[in-house]
Ligand binder design. Structure first.
Ligand code: ATP
Ligand code: MG
Length: 345
């Protein structure tokens, strides 16, 4: 253990938020050094990786007969092991320069509802990407720490993390998750709801990147004071020709109602599972809303109305989990020391 601590002085350790939509890497003593979409573009025949991250995302839905853009994670877990490994290896190499002779330790955040097999896939990918040691930490815990909550207190903290593939709701007390829900309805499900709505209401087929743009630009969980309209382009479902349609924020709100309702239901279920004494803490402390979904207009307000609890959105909700893995990293030596008090994860 002491040997491990000494090695730690020389290694450039990494904290990783391996997300369905975005991967963020935190380097010990430096902060977040990488934030890229979790997308890999490959040559269909040779399976050679052509692009990773932002450049690969630009190719989503636009690839030709030779190239394919793949999202290796679905619903928060690894769906394509080879591509996940290739992506992680690429990102790790970008952050871990060769002059560091000692292989890095990696703290990786994983969804709380993950199975053992899914956990093993993350573990193996990280080892093959060059990790000397891998520590997995539940995403809600990392998110809470990253949002600046002191989860080691005997009072309750609540986190709602709405990512691309999963929405994670958790109540924490004394550094443990005491009630939680992890559902596979989040940003991607919202994009799909928009695709279905535009197809049915406007007879227009649009791709995922366009649906995501509609969500980000005019999507809302509550009616906007001033309705907005966005011009979207796609393919006519009947004539097969390219065409433009005018989509309003109000119709997008209605299209998003179903996935949003599922997330609200997960919040209610978690609150119902929470011990009364801890519930009392939440009345005062409220919940932290993070992940990319926290940026959806009106979502925080809707959750306040639905639960009666205050909702806090941190300054950069997209990086909470990565910052949380960073706090873990910074304290890893303390936790690994023979004099450490209590477990870390
Ligand atoms: N302004 C915005 N309004 C609504 N949604 C947004 C906004 N900005 C980003 N998003 C959505 O947030 C999601 C990405 O969030 P995030 O990076 O937290 O997910 P992730 O951590 O990769 O996924 P997961 O945690 O499910 O594995 C995407 O679905 C994206 O479309
Ligand atoms: Mg996430």
């Amino acid at each position: 253990m002491i040997f491990e601590t000494i090695l730690g002085w020389w290694s450039r350790d990494l904290g990783i938020d391996l997300g369905t939509a975005n991967t963020l890497v935190y380097v010990r003593n430096e902060g977040i050094v990488l934030s890229e979409p979790s997308v890999v573009a490959v040559d269909k025949e040779s399976r050679r990786v052509v692009a990773v991250g932002r450049r690969a995302k630009e190719m989503l839905g636009r690839t030709n007969f030779r190239l394919e853009a793949i999202r290796p994670l679905q619903s928060g877990v690894i769906a394509n092991f080879d591509m996940a490994e290739a992506m992680l290896t690429h990102f790790v190499h970008r952050c871990h320069r060769r002059r560091y002779a000692v292989a890095p330790r990696m703290v990786i955040a994983v969804p709380s509802g993950i199975t053992e097999v899914e956990e093993r896939a993350v573990y193996n990918s990280a080892e093959r990407a060059g990790a000397r040691k891998v520590y997995l930490i539940p995403e809600p815990k990392a998110a809470a720490i990253g949002a600046g909550l002191d989860i080691t207190e005997p009072t309750a903290s609540m986190v709602v993390d709405i990512g691309g593939g999963t929405a994670e709701v958790a109540v924490l007390s004394l550094a443990d998750i005491v009630a939680s829900q992890s559902i596979r309805t989040a940003g991607d499900a919202m994009d799909r709801a928009i695709i279905h709505h535009v197809r049915d209401a406007h007879q227009l087929l649009i791709g995922e990147p366009t649906a995501e743009r509609v969500k980000i630009e005019i999507g809302c969980a509550r009616p906007l004071q001033q309705e907005m309209v966005l011009e979207v382009m796609g393919r006519d479902t009947v004539k097969g020709r390219p065409r433009v349609a005018q989509v309003s924020s109000e119709e997008v709100r209605l299209a998003l109602a179903e996935p949003i309702q599922k997330i609200v239901a997960a919040v209610h279920t978690t609150l119902q599972q929470t011990e009364p004494e801890l519930s009392a803490d939440l009345v005062r402390r409220g919940m932290v809303l993070c992940g990319g979904g926290a940026l959806l207009s009106g979502l925080g307000q809707l959750l306040e109305e639905e639960t009666g609890l205050p909702v806090h959105i941190p300054e950069d909700p997209l990086s909470c989990v990565a910052r949380g893995t960073g706090v873990f990293l910074e304290n890893l030596d303390r936790f690994l020391s023979p004099f450490a008090v209590g477990p870390i994860a």
